[in-house]
Design a binder for this molecule. Structure first.
Ligand SMILES: Nc1ncnc2c1ncn2[C@@H]1O[C@H](COP(=O)(O)OP(=O)(O)OP(=O)(O)O)[C@@H](O)[C@H]1O
Ligand SMILES: O=C(O)c1ccc[n+]([C@@H]2O[C@H](COP(=O)([O-])O)[C@@H](O)[C@H]2O)c1
Length: 205
């Protein structure tokens, strides 16, 4: 940076269904924050994901995300996707965050599985203009950014945590513990609100 130049805030955006949020999400966000020198990471629970179905309501998922991120001063949670209503598209998430943070450089954080589908996302060409994309490794999913614009997409190897929300829901449904897979407060929240105990034992309908 040249002398006197003002550094723009660098803001990570981690979108997800977070049903429930788990340590795979948190480690990914923390690693990207460190490696890309981000000032903060905003977690954005989807309102209504359009490529998958959420088991829990948006409010439950939002509350779990708040609980899971509360101890990290660089992490926060946004309600933009919940308040907009309708199916959630990242193009809208980034437009809304940019409206609130017009001075910031945005970095959208995605796991290898999500990135593999990114060319099917709504208004993909405009997405590259709104944020830099960071694709993180995830066990069981090859990490490839081939075919995506080089200047706008980076990849990052993060410590491998073979955890998924699906597996967490199924474990709860079968009476197995989720201690240490999700933050302690989220374990307690799941138990208090009897989440994932329905007839579908945590699977999506
Ligand atoms: N263990 C993990 N390691 C790295 N990235 C992850 C991991 N789990 C999820 N992600 C990424 O976090 C984002 C949000 O994921 P999401 O909330 O859908 O969790 P999930 O575990 O994939 O859920 P589900 O099992 O319900 O499909 C996605 O970009 C996903 O690729
Ligand atoms: O914009 C899209 O078309 C689009 C399609 C699928 C997923 N996404 C976003 O990718 C993030 C992870 O989604 P998911 O469904 O894996 O939890 C979340 O922020 C979604 O809104 C976005």
């Amino acid at each position: 940076m040249t002398e006197g130049a003002v550094r723009r805030p660098r803001v990570g955006v981690m979108g997800g269904t977070f049903d429930p949020i788990h340590h795979g999400h948190l480690v990914a966000a923390s690693e990207v924050q460190q490696s890309f020198d981000l000032d903060e990471v905003i977690f954005v629970p989807t309102g209504q994901p359009w490529m998958k179905e959420a088991v829990s309501s948006a409010e439950r998922r939002y509350e779990m995300t708040v609980i899971a991120t509360a101890s990290n001063p660089r992490f926060s949670v946004s309600r933009v996707d919940i308040e907009r209503g309708g199916p959630t598209f990242t193009i809208d998430t980034l437009r809304d965050i940019r409206r609130d943070r017009s001075d910031a450089e945005l970095f959208f954080i995605s796991g290898a599985d999500a990135v593999a589908q990114i060319l099917d996302w709504k208004d993909v060409t405009e997405l590259w203009e709104l944020a830099h994309f960071v694709a993180v490794s995830r066990p069981g999913h090859p990490l490839s950014i081939r075919g995506l614009p080089e200047q706008r997409v980076s990849s990052l190897e993060v410590p491998a945590l073979s955890i998924s929300s699906t597996d967490c829901r199924q474990r709860v449904g079968r009476g197995f513990p989720v201690w240490y897979l999700v933050p302690d407060g989220v374990v307690q929240y799941i138990s208090k609100h009897h989440l994932y105990r329905g007839p579908a034992i945590g699977d999506r309908a």
